[in-house]
Design a protein around this ligand. Structure first.
Ligand code: IMP
Length: 193
């Protein structure tokens, strides 16, 4: 099965490609010859994921999927959430976003948080959604240089180091994206069967 992955984020493509087996071929927007910045205008991850998959489906008429991810911090009532990419401004810089989160949690004892990923799949003109959640804690300082986004300040539950200190294979054991992907892959297997 071939599916277009409606994202321009090379890190997300890398993570998904590290999870897929032979049964699924992921075509990137670049490989599909599509060069657009897909809007994320809604106030939920679910609606933004759908916006992205529907945008590409309308353009191509091809089965495709998209995902939207947010970091939801308990002490900030779920912020930055759907605003995670542009939390510190429209420049969408991970380093600025991290500084803002660490400042807002300065002196805060409850550092519990979660990453949540919603995948929107459009298959045969129908939409399906899959969710993956990874609980963890926000560190007090940046640690590690791997990964992307908020990885240097997030330690998943059950681990003693941040996502940014993990190889991709290790991050996949815990991550929201891997959990959402496994549900998505299980669903695709039922379709094939
Ligand atoms: P979006 O899903 O592209 O809107 O991403 C939301 C924000 O969360 C961006 O700032 C990403 O860098 C960040 N983000 C998404 N996935 C991850 C992840 O797995 N680790 C750390 N940050 C992430």
């Amino acid at each position: 099965m071939k599916l277009i992955f409606a994202t321009n984020n090379a890190n997300k493509v890398k993570e998904f490609k590290s999870l897929v087996g032979d049964h699924l071929e992921i075509i990137t927007l670049h490989e599909a010859g599509i060069d657009i910045d897909i809007p994320e205008p809604h106030d939920t991850l679910e609606a933004n994921a759908r916006e992205k998959s529907e945008t590409i489906h309308k353009m191509t008429g091809t089965d495709c999927f998209a995902e939207d991810t947010g970091l939801e911090i308990d002490a900030l009532n779920g912020a930055p959430g759907v605003l995670s990419a542009r939390y510190a401004g429209e420049q969408k810089l991970a380093s600025d976003n991290i500084v803002k989160v660490l400042q807002e949690l300065n002196g805060v004892i409850n550092r519990q948080a979660q990453f949540r990923t919603v995948i929107s799949l459009i298959l045969n003109d129908k939409e399906y959604q899959f969710e993956g959640v990874c609980r963890g804690t926000i560190t007090t300082a940046v640690t590690g240089e791997k990964g992307f986004g908020y990885d240097p300040i997030f330690v998943p539950e059950g681990a003693t180091k941040s996502f940014a200190e993990m190889d991709l294979g290790e991050k996949n054991k815990y991550s929201h994206r891997a959990k959402a992907f496994h549900q998505f892959a299980a669903f695709l297997n039922t379709i094939k069967a």
